[in-house]
Structures are given as C-alpha cells and as structure tokens.
Design a protein around this ligand. Structure first.
Ligand code: ZN
Length: 93
C-alpha cells in the first residue's frame, strides 16, 4: 500500500509535475514561463510560431516567433518582453 504524501503543484498550470516541497514549488513559480509577471513568450498574445526544431544533440526544441518582432526567429524563449500581451487563451481553466 503506497504511503500518501502532501504535494504542491504550480498555480499557473504549466503542467510541471508536483513537488513535495512547498519552497521548491514557490521557487519554480518565480521562474515559471506561465507566470504573467515573467512576461514570457509562452503566455503572450503576440506569439506567432510554435513548432519543433532539431537541436545539435538531436533533441526537439520549441521555437517561438513574435508578431511584434521582439524575438529573433529561432530563439527558444524570451522573458520580460516590452511587447508582451497576456494571452487569456493560453491560461488553462
Ligand atoms: Zn509552472
């Protein structure tokens, strides 16, 4: 019989697995790309492209484009963007 433990999930719904340490999850939330305070591509209305590109190690990476031209094509993620606009659709219910 497994032992039940208390765990913490990201309140921004980024899909990260739960952590048993509240402090560790609070630290994650500070850097989470779904945290509106981070003004990241992942939660931006101006994000135009999201597809996969093969990196040098042969792993697929998410690539973001920007309708405001704030992110150079091929950049993986941009934070604290001056052109950032919250995308309500990107926030899971
Ligand atoms: Zn998160």
């Amino acid at each position: 019989m497994p032992k039940e433990v208390k765990a913490f999930a990201c309140s921004f719904g980024c899909g990260r697995k739960v952590l048993t340490s509240r402090k560790a999850m609070e630290a994650h939330e500070q850097t989470c790309a779904m945290n509106p305070e981070r003004r990241a591509c992942k939660l931006c209305k101006n994000r135009t492209i999201e597809h996969l590109k093969l990196d040098t190690l042969g792993c697929y990476q998410t690539v973001y484009g920007c309708s405001k031209g704030a992110v150079p094509y091929g950049a993986t993620m941009h934070f604290n963007c001056a052109h950032w606009a919250c995308s309500a659709e990107a926030i899971p219910a």
